[in-house]
Design a protein around this ligand. Structure first.
Ligand SMILES: [Zn+2]
Length: 460
């Protein structure tokens, strides 16, 4: 660790956090101890946190006080994390409807946050200082798994409009101190790409952090221009906010000459999981209980896909208990080679409608299409929109290597093989794929009804 990084990690950032009344440093130290506990010890720790958390919710939060009473649910009777399944799921609709009654009668300072979902419907909720400390500390811990720290030169490749508007003067000053630079990549226009490459080369980041789609676009452009990016001393590329596809990870590793670490979480759910050097996607189990559930809200065994449901044990000011965030993931019951007792996710599949439905009702994993298009010369970006069971639109960004009619025929053949012989695939050529309103890119959007699809439906 360089002197400046040490100064940031040990003095400046801790001071910044203390000024904001966050116990982040103490929480991170504790998390760095508990990550080495055995799985049984981690479970025991979760249970003891859960007891206190549910007890506080019953005492301080009108919505939960009444819910527990109506279900005859006594937090003191909880003897295992599995008892959570006795409670209903907290959906976004419930949060919108019960916003006022979800606030705790406590004096902990809270801030109002809002996220914009893919439907464009904002979700508003409060986050207390305790929760912020835990989420920041969990991210900090995971950063240090990769031999980098706060204060190392960080390039943030971010396209969310919300994040950018928060770039006020204080934030800019902090980022400058912590050597974190933001590269707004909202549109990533081809004309700006050369400038991005120059900026990255001049900045020489130690780590990259951002959307895998945006980072991959930059990496592909570097390759096309034959600009080297693997000689800058980049130690790791942290991917977040979107599903990370294998072909993106391959491109990033090759171009930036560094390992790729996947992270999973959000403002609403908290810092859910992060990859370690051995490839384990570890759940922040000291702070969060992650359940993977079926369409009835009941937990499914490890290895089976289901909807992600999160209980954030430090969200006391505005409790998230069995919050359904709209993603699909798979738990893993293996033990990671790194020795950490934190449980693992096998896979994060992203949003529930990131699957296509074949005419015979089969769910077709989006990776199946990503593989076909990835291996096709001249395809630089794509987006598949399933309009109906019989109609798909494929948006493509291609270059001169794309072989026109021959490539189109191969694509149509691959789509028909997976979706059904009678499915019509329209191919549209674009200069660039536009991100969603949230600033994120989605490669697969299925408008076919989720219920018809047999995808786990909403349970309220
Ligand atoms: Zn591990």
């Amino acid at each position: 660790m360089g002197i400046y990084t040490a100064l940031c990690a040990n003095l400046l950032f801790p001071m910044h956090e203390r000024l904001k009344h966050h116990d982040t440093v103490a929480v991170r130290r504790e998390l760095e101890r508990t990550q080495w506990l055995s799985r049984e010890q981690v479970r025991a720790l979760q249970l003891s946190h859960l007891h206190g958390f549910l007890g506080d919710a019953a005492r301080q939060v009108p919505y939960y006080r009444e819910l527990f009473r109506s279900l005859d649910f006594d937090p003191a009777s909880v003897t295992s994390v599995a008892d959570l399944a006795r409670l209903p799921l907290l959906t976004k609709d419930v949060i919108r409807r019960e916003f006022e009654r979800l606030k705790a009668d406590s004096d902990e300072p809270v801030k109002l946050f809002s996220t914009t979902g893919s439907t464009g419907d904002p979700l508003r909720f409060n986050i207390g200082n305790t929760r912020v400390s835990h989420d920041v500390a969990a991210k900090w811990r995971a950063t240090r798994w990769w031999d980098v720290d706060i204060g190392d030169r960080e390039l943030v490749i971010w396209s969310s409009a919300i994040e950018l508007s928060a770039q006020d003067r204080v934030r800019r000053a902090r980022d400058w101190l912590m050597r974190s630079r933001l590269m707004p990549s909202a549109s990533l226009k081809p004309a700006d790409m050369d400038r991005y490459l120059d900026e990255i080369r001049a900045f020489r980041p130690t780590m990259l952090f951002g959307y895998p789609s945006s980072m991959t676009l930059i990496a592909q452009h570097a390759e096309k221009r034959r600009v080297r990016m693997d000689d800058l001393g980049i130690k790791v590329a942290f991917c977040t906010a979107e599903r990370l596809y294998p072909h993106q990870a391959d491109t990033l590793k090759r171009v930036f000459g560094c390992p790729v670490a996947n992270g999973y979480g959000g403002r609403d759910s908290g810092f859910i999981a992060h990859e370690c050097r051995q490839g384990g996607l570890h759940i922040t189990a000291e702070d969060l209980i992650v359940e993977i559930v079926d369409e009835r809200g009941q937990p499914v065994p490890a290895g089976e896909p289901g909807e992600v449901v999160v209980t954030h044990l430090y969200s006391g000011g505005f409790p998230f208990i069995r919050y359904k965030n709209g993603d699909v993931a798979v738990l893993d019951d293996a033990q990671c080679a790194c020795g950490r007792g934190l449980p693992l996710l096998k896979e994060v599949r992203g949003r529930t409608n990131d699957v296509l439905i074949a005419q015979d009702g089969t769910m077709v994993h989006d990776v199946a299409f990503a593989m076909v298009l990835r291996d096709m010369p001249g395809v630089n970006a794509f987006k598949i929109i399933q309009e109906s069971l019989s109609h798909c639109r494929l948006q493509l960004v291609t270059d001169e290597r794309f072989q026109g009619a021959a490539s189109e025929a191969r694509i149509r053949g691959a789509f028909a093989a997976r979706l059904g012989a009678n499915v019509q695939t329209d191919i549209e050529y674009l200069a660039a794929i536009e991100p969603e309103r949230t600033g994120k890119y989605r490669y697969v959007v299925s408008k076919v009804s989720q219920i018809q699809a047999g995808v786990p439906a909403a349970t309220n």
